[in-house]
Ligand binder design. Structure first.
Ligand code: ACO
Length: 354
């Protein structure tokens, strides 16, 4: 069986989520949109979502999540070697959000870059971070996934706007000689399907113009049915593949954290993999689809409320624009050693994310 062995391991020493305080429930929407709570819950499992306030941007949400992760890791931002931000809804086309985050954190030593990969961005980012850690090039890396989709969806399009929310999630990965961290992963892309999720206007193909804006092409569009079919086809096989690369059966995974796009996709994945839904971390009911933020946010929540423990094995699985996909088996902490035992005790006393 093919397995992936790093030279240096990476421990997830900090995690944090951020959601804007403003809650918009399904019941709020029919006041001005032709939809219903019943339709949204039955088709998606979503009950409410968070919408960023006018003073918030993707960078401010990244900062809030990053500060939580850094505080938990007890790390000064100046110690960071690298900052990765996954987002498709940046503050600006340029400069990259990662540089805004690097500057505002005061992480003056850190290199920084942004991954634009839709919902798979954070898993791609985490796997990238681990490559720098495994080769010994960098020792302390911050990986953020953040999305402010409420400013990129068409609020006149009921088939899209009910599906998304705003959020950020972050982890700190630090080099360690103790075996833990990324144990196996799969990343993929099929650009032949790129039209399935597309923001057609205001890029170099169709620069912003009155015509582009009149067609509302500045907003994200999705062929929901085809994405649904694709997702239910791919999740099972890539989970098996990532587990095999870690030298594991799926039974050895404690928690599956899937991309939160649709509860029915998660249920179908559980059925296909022969795993009970209780092994899946699900929060789509409260936050909707927050794209690159769904997995780090669900990860932080599961750990903070004591549902999951960092010495357990997690399988992150995602799909999104591109079309791209990814699955990664991660054990955040080693299972043995005095330092782990102390950290386990500390983690047990942690409080939920706000
Ligand atoms: N309220 C009420 N009715 C609605 C709404 C709404 N908000 N939206 C659509 N409808 C109607 C449609 O008009 C259609 O009516 P019609 O039959 O009279 O034409 C009917 O509901 C069915 O619409 P469908 O699009 O066929 O509904 P479906 O069951 O496929 O569910 C959904 C749509 C929820 C989008 C589903 O296809 C899905 O979740 N797809 C996967 C999306 C996903 O995973 N995206 C991840 C990537 S996103 C990213 O990367 C940014």
């Amino acid at each position: 069986m093919e397995t992936q062995h790093p030279m240096t391991y990476g421990r997830i020493t900090g995690w944090g989520g951020y959601v804007p305080p403003n809650v918009v429930t399904n019941r709020d929407l029919p006041e001005w949109l032709d939809t219903s709570d019943e339709w949204i819950v039955q088709r998606t499992g979503i009950r409410e979502r968070r919408i960023a306030g006018p003073e918030e941007t993707t960078a401010t949400m990244c900062l809030a999540a990053a500060r939580r992760a850094l505080a938990q890791a007890d790390l000064d931002p100046q110690e960071l070697d690298l900052i990765l931000v996954a987002t498709s809804t940046p503050d600006y086309h340029t400069p990259p959000v990662s540089s805004l985050v690097q500057s505002r954190l005061g992480a003056s030593r850190a290199a920084a870059f942004t991954l634009v990969n839709g919902c798979t961005g954070w898993v791609y980012g985490l796997c990238t971070a681990y490559q720098f850690i495994h080769t010994g090039i960098y020792r302390k890396v911050l990986v953020v996934g953040a999305e402010l989709l409420s400013r990129f969806v068409d609020w006149q399009d009921r088939s899209m706007c009910v599906l998304f929310g705003d959020a950020a999630g972050a982890v700190v990965v630090e080099a360690t000689p103790e075996p833990c961290g990324l144990q196996g992963f799969v990343l993929g892309s099929d650009g032949d399907l790129s039209d399935l999720i597309i923001m057609p206007g205001c890029g170099s193909a169709h620069p912003c113009s009155p015509e582009v804006l009149a067609r509302r092409d500045q907003y994200v569009r999705m062929n929901g049915r085809e994405v649904f079919k694709f997702a239910t086809r791919i999740i099972g096989p890539i989970c098996h593949q990532a587990a095999a690369r870690a030298g594991l059966e799926l039974d050895a995974i404690d928690w599956i954290i899937p991309h939160q796009a649709n509860l029915r996709i998660i249920q179908a994945a559980a059925r296909q993999m022969g795993l009970p839904l209780e092994r899946f971390v699900v929060n789509i009911d409260r936050y909707a689809n927050t794209s690159a933020a769904t997995i780090p946010l669900a990860f932080a929540e599961a750990l903070d409320r004591g549902q999951a423990h960092p010495t357990q094995r997690f399988l992150f699985v995602t799909f999104g624009a591109g079309i791209t996909w990814g699955a990664a088996v991660v054990q955040p902490w080693p299972t043995s050693g005095a330092a782990s035992q102390e950290a386990v005790a500390q983690a047990d006393g942690r409080v939920p994310t706000g």
